[in-house]
Ligand binder design. Structure first.
Ligand SMILES: [Zn+2]
Length: 513
């Protein structure tokens, strides 16, 4: 209670300042938090469970406490999903000396102490009785305290919801339950097909289409110089005739949330993880046309379930990726060999999705080769709190420079196929990133409390002159507010797919026509 809740108590004092009106309430909070924690452990305790559970909770809480104190993150169910879907290499990026210290002093040593402490257990009947007594006592304590300070507790529960998110360990334990509930279901997962009627409408003389969709990683809109950022982070893209969408918002604040949502038929208001995995997505609809070749290459963690039913290639390993140095595989490695892939598809339309490593934090400095180290000094540790805002931002912006180059290399590749294909590139980041504003780092805060930096994303498109004509792109309003909900319909529209699940109103490229 005392040692794992620094983050909770500091935000509590921020919200309820230490004035006479608040003092009673503030003093009651540790009591209530203690009673709730004790109640949970009382119910879970028994001869066989007490020690394993307490040891497990101590070990995990040392880490949740580290991440909450260091990055101001919240351990909710989507953060748990994110963590479980993160591979070992990404976890090593986060590893630090401070983290080891937390683990030793708040995890390992207390756990050892618990392990060594002798506990005398009474008979089953006795302990059940004692447990009931104890639970009743704690419950009454909680209810009475809340009743006495009911005015404060009402505001605590209704107006300051985010506060309780940093209560350790009860909130992460609750989140685990929430995650299990949202993820697992006794029934096997049945994927509902959608858009089985999908057909590509095509004139005979039209060239086949070649579209490369790039799913970016953690690139916030306001760090693109195309959006007016003071540092030149798009020196190469600015020379291409790209259409920059300056006002695009993400569906979630993490990869695990945003990536499946952006390809899903559901809009942000209706999307949930459970619904997402139980329904086909836009790639499946394109597959149903039998006229589009699909390929997903991944240099991030994986496709988050989006590419389960289409050809998928893992590029975060030197097995496939030919451009890797010191255990970092580069995004541009995903372009290698695409020429021959395109040629092998004969006259079919093609959609290639490239899922970037992009600006994956906190080790931004690892995300680009040396020659992109343009903005200096940079933060060269994964312990962001040790760096200045300027150093963090410089490393982050250098990683954008590398993406700028990657996108232009993709455009160059598309230009080489202009004689035989109508070509296009779409780029959209999955979510944004906090770079230390108000002490918030990285991403993944619950959407309603996340700052704009985590939601306002970089997005742009490039279209070959031939394709541009057929799309009437000149009348497009690229400053209009769009969201990731538009991607599903925009991709269908781009391939001229006729299907009942297509909604022209959400097709960015046909809006207003
Ligand atoms: Zn991401």
């Amino acid at each position: 209670m005392l040692f794992y809740n620094y983050s909770f108590f500091t935000s509590l004092i921020d919200t309820y300042p230490w004035i006479s009106d608040n003092i009673g309430f503030l003093l009651s909070i540790p009591l209530v938090l203690f009673a709730i924690t004790a109640l949970v452990f009382t119910l879970l305790s028994s001869r066989w469970t007490t020690k394993p559970i307490v040891i497990f909770v101590l070990l995990i809480s040392s880490m949740t406490s580290y991440f909450m104190n260091t990055y101001n993150v919240v351990i909710d169910d989507s953060m748990i999903r994110n963590t479980l879907q993160t591979d070992m290499k990404e976890s090593m990026d986060l590893f630090s000396f401070k983290q080891v210290t937390y683990f030793m002093f708040l995890g390992l040593f207390p756990a050892l102490w618990v392990y060594k402490t002798p506990i005398s257990y009474s008979t089953f009947k006795q302990s059940l009785l004692r447990k009931l007594n104890q639970a009743m006592f704690l419950l009454i304590l909680i209810v009475v305290t809340i009743f006495i300070f009911s005015k404060h507790y009402t505001s605590f529960a209704r107006e300051h919801k985010p506060l309780r998110y940093s209560a350790n360990p009860v909130y992460w334990m609750y989140s685990v339950g929430n995650y299990v509930n949202k993820t697992f279901n006794s029934a096997p997962i049945v994927v509902k097909p959608i858009g089985l009627d999908a057909k590509v409408i095509k004139t005979k003389e039209a060239l086949p289409k070649l579209v490369i969709m790039i799913v970016g990683e953690a690139v916030r809109a306001d760090h693109f110089s195309l959006n007016g950022y003071k540092k030149e982070t798009n020196p190469k893209l600015k020379n291409e005739s790209v259409i920059n969408f300056s006002n695009v918002y993400s569906c979630g604040t993490s990869t695990a949330e945003s990536v499946p949502c952006m390809f899903s038929i559901y809009d942000k208001g209706h999307y949930s993880y459970k619904k997402g995995i139980r329904s086909e997505n836009v790639l499946d609809v394109l597959k149903h046309t039998n006229a589009v070749s699909l390929l997903w290459r991944d240099n991030n963690s994986d496709s988050k379930g989006v590419a389960l039913r289409i050809p998928y290639e893992y590029y975060k390993s030197p097995v496939n990726n030919t451009i890797c140095t010191d255990d970092e595989c580069r995004d541009e490695g995903m372009l290698v060999g695409l020429d021959s892939y395109v040629k092998a598809q004969k006259n079919k339309d093609i959609l290639i999705v490239l899922h970037q490593m992009g600006n994956h934090g906190p080790a931004y400095y690892k995300r680009y080769p040396k020659e992109y180290k343009t903005f200096t000094p940079i933060c060269e540790t994964n312990q962001l709190e040790k760096c200045t805002k300027e150093e963090i931002s410089n490393a982050y912006d250098n990683a954008i420079l590398y993406t700028d180059d990657f996108l232009v290399k993709t455009i160059t590749l598309l230009k080489q196929h202009e004689k035989t294909h109508q070509t296009a590139m779409l780029y959209m980041s999955d979510h944004g990133e906090s770079l230390g504003e108000n002490g918030i780092y990285l991403h993944g805060l619950p959407y309603f409390m996340a700052p704009d930096a985590q939601k306002h994303i970089a997005a742009l498109g490039w279209f070959s002159p031939k394709l541009k004509q057929t799309l009437h792109i000149d009348t497009l309003d690229n400053t209009k507010r769009y969201t990731q909900d538009h991607l599903f319909h925009t991709l269908l529209g781009l391939f001229n797919v006729k299907t009942e699940v297509y909604n022209e109103k959400l097709d960015i490229l046909h809006a207003g026509h």
